[in-house]
Design a protein around this ligand. Structure first.
Ligand SMILES: NC(=O)c1ccc[n+]([C@@H]2O[C@H](COP(=O)([O-])OP(=O)(O)OC[C@H]3O[C@@H](n4cnc5c(N)ncnc54)[C@H](O)[C@@H]3O)[C@@H](O)[C@H]2O)c1
Ligand SMILES: [Zn+2]
Length: 674
């Protein structure tokens, strides 16, 4: 039986429930304390929308789906000249094609759907008159003083007479968000969107100093007087007036638009702002205005939604984990949840101050965030009102969960450390790290076996691996002849570890894999040579600062006896060929060039995506040195697909050549490198 075709009491009740829920969720969200993650809210809206579509006679009045935002309490209400609306949503390529079909011959721009809050900026006679939030779409809040004090990208004057209205999104950059949270571990911000909204709700700019926002424009409206001097192209018009437009790409047809959408989604992790989709919009601002609106969305735009980077789930338990440096961190064990493209069961809670500031308890429904390649973390509790009383407080341990020695607190986030040098958990972590792929790569002995062997007293230092015998291994239950042989062979092969990977294997605080590579390339021949170099010589190496140099010197001095043991047991700590840049002929296409790679890379011959590190190696084979960010030493910025204007702007400012990947591929192919 098809429920949808017959209006039933159930459908009626369900619609009423959903409508009420949408209203209350919105209300909480626009007050700055969301009760669920956006993905859950969107699911509620979607269910309501499809039930109403199947039972139009049951449409609630008022229908929350026809309304915008929530009537927040406003400090200084201002009526918008034109309503600020929602956007029609799409999730399928066919919907994109249908949108373009409605406007034959009209070019569109595709841009990120920025996750901040929208602002309307009104200029009269060239001067900024006011900045207003969206509010309920009809009436917003005048936030001019806050915007003047805190938002970058809002010119106080524009070179146009008459009346100009620019709309766009005020976002908090991810870098600002991270820096702020690092500086304020006691009152962390939940996510950049909430942070932006909260900032513009402050009564006094001084209370939110350090929370800078960035305005990116996506809409331009002019009266006849101002319009005379501004062209029809949206992006050009915004630039001419001194605004930074959202990163807009022109697309002539549905296929091109879909390619840009996909590009935005794949490049999402590399951007400095959150986005939750892409927006398509008629490129000609006059055509956009002429297309008009529906009850709550413009006809000339469409939002394509991406998979969520934040979801809610149950916090099942918190386990304090001892890392290889002795840091004891709270790890959240979660009911599995699909977020940021993978199923997440563990997330970090950072430290005890963050737990306190976020008020998290075991048994809470928490917001889990996994944006880009960042380790998933618990951003906060949602709906603390729903607590049953069964929740448990998270109590930081006073002694090490592994060795029971008292813990010490460090820094203003009061991180916990076990300083016992013979702490079993740390020992095991360090051994596992030594055996990991990036270091000695003892792939036949997994973490569980390492833990067993350590418990049995066979392993304490990495050098102990090299004393293990087959007979010893065979004494363990479930280790047979074959696996014992494989383990011993794998250990033997790891003797060739070499300078770079051995240094990675020791996990010296502050020394990254890049540090290890740069030391090799700077001419160090062995790990002992690095240990003896002294800080002065180390800081001469590119990208190694005084802190890293001091840490290397201190830790390698401590490791000296271990280096001797490794040598005695036949382990190479000398630089290897693979640690050095490949020898290139002086006529190699990129010989002597320092390059930075950005954007999505794909092989033009097959269209296949190429991982950044793989492309980096190709460039190195062609003689280039690769660096991670543009500086005055960079010769060339190689751009893949979907590169934000911010990336190229810095290069251009420094006079660094910006070269499209196509050109580089042609050279790599011609030289037989790729
Ligand atoms: N968690 C919750 O309880 C809850 C409740 C209500 C709404 N929400 C979320 O709030 C979001 C906003 O919902 P909505 O319907 O008000 O807005 P929407 O998703 O329809 O999008 C309209 C908004 O998109 C923004 N935008 C960003 N980039 C843009 C661009 N390039 N071009 C045009 N607009 C751009 C503008 O601010 C505009 O106001 C949704 O993602 C929804 O999930 C969450
Ligand atoms: Zn310990």
């Amino acid at each position: 039986m098809l429920l949808g075709s017959v209006p039933t009491v159930n459908a009626e009740e369900r619609i009423r429930d959903l409508a009420d829920r949408v209203v209350s969720l919105r209300d909480a969200y626009y007050r700055g304390s969301p009760l669920v993650a956006d993905a859950e809210y969107d699911a509620t809206e979607d269910e309501l929308r499809s039930l109403i579509a199947a039972n139009p006679e049951l449409t609630p009045d008022p229908n929350p789906l026809d309304q915008v935002g929530a009537p927040a309490v406003l400090h200084a209400p201002v009526r918008h000249a034109r309503p600020m609306l929602s956007l029609e949503k799409a999730t399928q390529p066919e919907q994109v094609a249908a949108f373009l079909d409605r406007f034959p011959g009209q070019p569109v721009v595709v841009m990120p759907k920025l996750d901040g809050l929208s602002l309307s900026l009104v200029y009269e006679g060239g001067a900024l008159l006011r900045a207003v939030t969206r509010g309920d779409g009809t009436t917003g809040d005048d936030v001019t003083p806050l915007v003047r004090a805190l938002a970058d990208g809002v010119p106080t004057r524009v070179p146009a007479p008459g009346r100009v209205e620019v709309r766009g999104e005020a976002v908090m950059l991810r870098s600002t968000f991270t820096a702020y949270n690092e500086a304020h571990p006691d009152k962390p911000l939940i996510n950049p969107r909430n942070a932006a909204a909260g900032t513009l709700r402050a009564k006094d700019p001084a209370t939110v100093a350090g929370r800078r926002l960035r305005f990116l424009a996506f809409e331009l409206d002019t009266d006849a007087e101002a319009g005379a001097g501004v062209g029809a192209d949206l992006e050009e018009g915004l630039r001419a007036l001194g605004f930074t437009p959202a990163d807009m790409r022109h697309a002539a047809d549905a296929e091109a638009a879909q390619r840009v959408i996909t590009g935005i989604e794949t490049g999402r992790a590399d951007l400095d702002y959150d986005l939750d989709g892409a927006v398509l919009r008629l490129a000609d601002r006059r055509a956009y205005a002429a297309a008009g609106t529906r009850s709550n969305s413009p006809r000339g735009a469409l939002a394509f939604k991406f998979a969520a980077e934040e979801k809610t789930t149950l916090l099942v338990d918190v386990v304090w984990d001892v890392g290889k440096t002795g840091k004891v961190v709270p790890v959240a064990h979660l009911e599995p949840v699909f977020v940021g493209g993978t199923t997440v069961t563990r997330a970090t809670l950072a430290n005890q101050e963050v737990i306190k500031a976020r008020g998290v308890m075991v048994g809470d429904t928490v917001l889990v965030r996994r944006a880009g390649d960042v380790i998933p973390f618990v951003a906060g509790v949602l709906d603390a009102a729903k607590r049953t009383g069964e929740e448990r407080e998270i109590v930081p341990p006073s002694t090490c969960p592994s060795c029971d020695q008292p813990l010490t607190e460090q820094g203003n986030s009061r991180e916990l450390f076990c300083t016992n040098v013979s702490c079993a958990a740390q020992t095991v972590r360090r051994l596992i790290h030594w055996a990991s792929r990036a270091a000695a790569d003892i792939d036949a002995i997994g973490p569980v076996w390492i833990e067993r062997f350590a418990e049995a007293g066979l392993l304490e230092h990495p050098s102990d691996f090299y004393l293990l015998t087959k007979e010893q291994l065979l004494e363990f239950e479930r280790v047979g002849e074959t696996s014992a042989t494989r383990m011993i062979e794998s250990i033997a092969a790891s003797r060739a570890v070499g300078l770079r990977r051995a240094l990675i294997g020791f996990a010296v605080p502050m020394a990254s894999e890049g540090t290890a590579t740069r030391l090799c390339r700077a001419g160090f021949g062995s790990l002992e040579e690095v240990a003896d170099a002294g800080e002065e010589r180390l800081v001469e190496v590119e990208d190694i600062g005084p802190k890293v140099a001091a840490s290397l010197t201190e830790h390698l001095a401590r490791l000296r006896p271990e280096l001797t043991r490794l040598r005695q047991r036949g382990v190479s700590l000398d630089v290897r060929d693979e640690d050095l840049p490949p020898v290139v002929a002086s006529d190699a296409p990129l010989a002597g060039k320092t390059v930075v790679i950005t954007g999505a890379i794909s092989d033009p011959r097959s269209g296949e995506k190429v991982a950044r590190p793989a492309f980096q190696r190709l460039c190195e084979k062609a003689g280039a040195t690769t660096a991670s960010s543009v500086s005055a030493n960079t010769d060339m910025l190689i751009t893949g697909a979907e590169v934000g204007a911010g990336k190229t702007a810095k290069a251009e400012k420094l006079g660094v050549a910006v070269v499209d990947q196509g050109e580089i591929w042609a050279q790599l192919i011609a030289a037989g490198v790729a």
